[in-house]
Design a protein around this ligand. Structure first.
Ligand SMILES: O=C(O)CCC(=O)C(=O)O
Length: 321
């Protein structure tokens, strides 16, 4: 069957592709995992490394158990089913995603030690550093919250661009669950890299009104309100578009994905367009994304420290437009 199953996949309820040619399987690179040089060549070529089964399965199960038990306490998991199945409880509350990563040693173990770090040491060829901030995604069933197409550089480009995302599914994720999709060869699109790829989601056009708005929020030590944000008129979501269907029609390439299993790892570069499809199962889709680079290179300060600025008021920077 394989990727043919993607034919049934949707994006906000609309068919994501019309024929099998609109989709492809991610190329596995687990066979070259022992060669840093081969991994670097493959990254250059594909823009990603798909490494099925690289992570320690037992550790990944523990991380899944911990996240699901937190979600269960928030009322998001149907307790009529075995907890590890992660069946969604309709109407149940879903959590603040960053909070799920805090004080969570079993998740930290999977993301920041063992096979993950060994891989990066070999791939990057030196001492590895990671962001202190860890992203966590909880996607309930339905058509309302697929990931919008974007490059990661727009959110984390204030340090080295020799930075990589680890997307880690914390459970088996069949095609119909809406796992991550990469837009084939989008890392080679020069117009995209030089245009959208040069933007920074936390920059705004520094006219007088904008300056005042940001200054007041800074003084009051709070984030911008939605109406203040709207007045600053920048691309506040950072997404390339809100629609994965039109994005592929415009940029070309196939949506590449996989029948992900717990223990798999997908690594990609900052200039890889990615998105997800709708979760058409009755289970919660959980995954994390974390970032790695050489320790010797500059880090984006938005994601470093015990209380990282993230996209809050401390991260905002005015620019001349
Ligand atoms: O898990 C997702 O759907 C989104 C992940 C993502 O945007 C990323 O890894 O950069």
């Amino acid at each position: 069957m394989g990727v043919e199953k993607m034919l049934d996949s949707t994006y906000r309820g609309n068919r994501l592709g019309q024929s099998i040619d609109d989709f492809g399987e991610l190329r596995p690179s687990i066979d070259i995992v022992d060669s840093g040089e081969a991994l670097r060549e493959r990254m250059e070529e594909d823009g990603y490394l798909y490494l099925p089964g690289l992570l320690d399965k037992g550790e990944a199960v523990e991380a899944r158990r911990e996240i699901l038990s937190r979600l269960s306490r928030m009322g998001a998991v149907d307790t009529d089913y075995p907890p590890l199945e992660g069946v969604h409880k309709p109407g149940g509350k879903s959590g603040g995603h960053y909070d799920l990563t805090r004080n969570n040693p079993s998740l930290m173990q999977v993301l920041y030690s063992g096979p993950m770090i060994q891989f990066y040491q070999s791939f990057l060829g030196g001492l590895v550093a990671h962001f202190d901030y860890t992203w966590f995604r909880v996607k309930p069933p339905g058509v309302s919250s697929p990931t919008t197409p974007h490059y990661d550089i727009v959110y984390m480009g204030r340090g080295t661009t020799n930075l990589y995302t680890s997307w880690t599914p914390l459970g088996d994720m069949p095609y119909e669950m809406g796992g991550l999709m990469l837009l084939e060869n989008s890392h080679r699109n020069a117009d995209l890299r030089n245009g959208y790829g040069q933007t920074d989601v936390d920059k705004y056009c520094n006219d007088q009104e904008a300056e005042q708005i940001v200054e007041v929020a800074r003084k009051e030590n709070r984030d911008l309100t939605p109406s203040e944000r709207a007045k600053l008129q920048w691309n506040s979501s950072g997404a390339y578009s809100s629609d994965a269907i039109s994005t592929r029609a415009e940029l070309g390439g196939r949506w590449l994905t996989a029948d992900y299993k717990l223990g798999d790892l997908l690594v990609f570069c900052m200039y890889m367009m990615h998105a997800s499809s709708d979760n058409l199962t009755n289970r919660i889709r959980i995954s994390s994304d974390s970032r790695y680079q050489l320790a010797s290179e500059a880090q984006d300060p938005r994601w470093i420290g015990t209380d990282p600025p993230a996209h809050g008021i401390r991260a905002k920077e005015g620019m001349v437009c």
